[in-house]
Design a protein around this ligand. Structure first.
Ligand SMILES: *Cc1c(COP(=O)(O)O)cnc(C)c1O
Length: 236
């Protein structure tokens, strides 16, 4: 347990240092970037260790795992970053901090309708498939503005930004262009001044490419492997 604690905190500090350096390079403040540790497949004990260290927000991908962890740890905010099926919204809508993966009207409507019942307005991000990858969910870049207009009429969701998972590449520089496109898209959407829509977050950058993402404007970086180590099974 002690060894795991040292390992996690050391890893976290390294990521934090990289974030600070990327912010400096881009002339941004570190406070503009949330490091969201992605704890999927890792035990709740890891979350508790980081919580004790002062980290209060975590990303999870799978509803069942998320629900279990929410029951096992208190005073932590969870973000749903994985593909969310409509029939599973009911398990998380009342306690999730933010849903990063909204990419269909039906899903947005289901989240809205559930939240209406408890009079809760929930923050969501719209997921964009910036690399137009066939195996990935997300709205096409060209369709993002129309989609956001459409869901902006749903009163119990608040669109607070965009999310993307850039392609897997060996050299993170290869994704710089995609991150730039995401930033440009969020600026375009903001300039439309759509009611109930605010482009304050750009959730992009993972272990492999978060520094480049920050240089291009990320406000949330979702970092799993660099903090928790590699995952044993490959569900994604
Ligand atoms: C797993 C996952 C991450 C974290 O990936 P790492 O490469 O381990 O940092 C980030 N975002 C999403 C959507 C994921 O599924």
């Amino acid at each position: 347990m002690e060894a795991r604690k040292e390992e996690l905190i050391l890893n976290y500090k390294k990521v934090e240092e990289n974030v600070i350096n990327a912010c400096k390079k881009a002339n941004r403040k570190k406070s503009e970037v949330l490091i969201l540790p992605v704890s999927k497949t890792k035990p709740t004990s890891d979350i508790k260790i980081l919580k004790e260290y002062g980290i209060t927000e975590f990303g999870e991908n799978y509803v069942q795992e998320l629900v279990e962890k929410m029951q096992e740890v208190e005073d932590v905010k969870f973000h749903m970053i994985g593909n969310l099926q409509r029939n599973k919204v009911k398990y998380i809508y009342d306690k999730i901090e933010c849903i990063h993966s909204v990419c269909s009207y039906k899903l947005a409507k289901e989240i809205n309708d559930k939240c209406e019942k408890i009079n809760r307005k929930i923050d969501v991000l719209v997921e964009v498939n910036i690399g137009s990858e066939e195996n990935k969910i997300g709205i096409k870049k060209e369709e993002a503005i129309d989609f956001i207009r459409e869901i902006s009429h749903l009163p119990y969701i608040r669109v607070v930004g965009l999310m993307t998972s850039a392609p897997y590449v060996l050299n993170p520089e290869e994704n710089r262009q995609y991150f730039k496109e995401m930033k440009d898209l969020s600026v375009d959407i903001d300039s439309e001044k759509i009611d109930n829509v605010e482009m304050k977050h750009l959730s992009m950058g993972m272990t492999n490419d978060y520094m480049v993402a920050i240089e291009e404007g990320a406000t949330i970086v979702r970092v799993g492997t660099a903090i928790f180590g590699s995952r044993n099974y490959n569900k994604d």
